[in-house]
Design a protein around this ligand. Sequence first.
Ligand code: WQD
Length: 338
Amino acid sequence: MKILVTGGLGFIGSHTVVELQSKGYEVIIIDNLSNSSEEVLNGIEAITGIKPIFENLDLRNKLVVKEFFKKHADINGVIHFAASKAVGESVEKPLLYYENNISSLIYLLEEILQLREPNFIFSSSCTVYGEADVMPINENTAVKPALSPYGNTKQIGEEIITDVAKVSNLNAILLRYFNPIGAHPSAEIGELPLGVPQNLVPYITQTGIGLRKELSVYGNDYNTPDGTCLRDYIHVVDLAKAHVIALQRLLDKKNVDKVEVFNLGTGVASSVLEVIIAFEKCSGLKLPYKIVAKREGDVPMTYANTDKANAVLGWKTESTLDEAMASAWKWEKKIRGK
Ligand code: WQD
């Protein structure tokens, strides 16, 4: 089985490639290296012994996408990660996000529809729920107006896929991630640190390693048990495994709808302070941090109802927050030569 993974050198993409190869799939990666590095291929090979086929292509180029699929008309499925994903940056540069995340999806879908088996897994996000009223969030929770252009591109992406599936032979699964963290236990692949981290966990590990002076905790007067925001932090390897299970579901034609949606989270809410404690436990360090003002756009809490993925996909997370933090810390030390 030949699977195309777009954005396959990225954080979640590379971990998914490892899981696909471990299950015997032949993997082709398209990546434009805008938020990754070709070095990641060596990390993947170090884990699986197989260096994936890689093409440095930009999905915003319609002709390039067409040419690629002419060469690879025997692809059995596509997992689409390639997208810009920084919430704050999307507010500053909305057109970059709408062009990259929407036009590339359209060009990709146009070619996928020509495949013998148009099986499509879409990387979506809990951000489509906005500030949900009921916790934990299930897939029937109403999608709310997006809180950022990034979130909007995920909502629009889901709508495009749904509209296309209605009038074509497309079979798709939308996977709504909560907060992916951690790294492969081998520390051969992980989240590549490009610039100042916007997300909590890489900022914590970079503070721990001494790259950052201290962590700023964005508010501790939310209506939550310890006053800091609650999130559903899911180990990236657990997340990657869910993609392989979802893909196999489409290949086996077990999907009951042309478009199925699943939340991918642990179902457990953890606060910022609890994440800090998890880091201190695994590192043996005291993390320097200060409480500062709330961050614009943050919701007080968001965590997944995972019943559907557990029941329908037969998937549930295996790693704890402590294990995920330990893997993130091991990766940070590895890439800093510590
Ligand atoms: C987590 C918590 C912050 C940094 C984002 C995207 C979402 C998804 C996952 C793509 C929040 C607090 C953070 C810091 C802090 N990405 N924090 N100090 O915002 O929940 O979700 O990443 O799909 O779409 O929105 O993740 O890691 O930025 O923040 O106190 O330096 O940590 O306030 O409560 P977030 P995050």
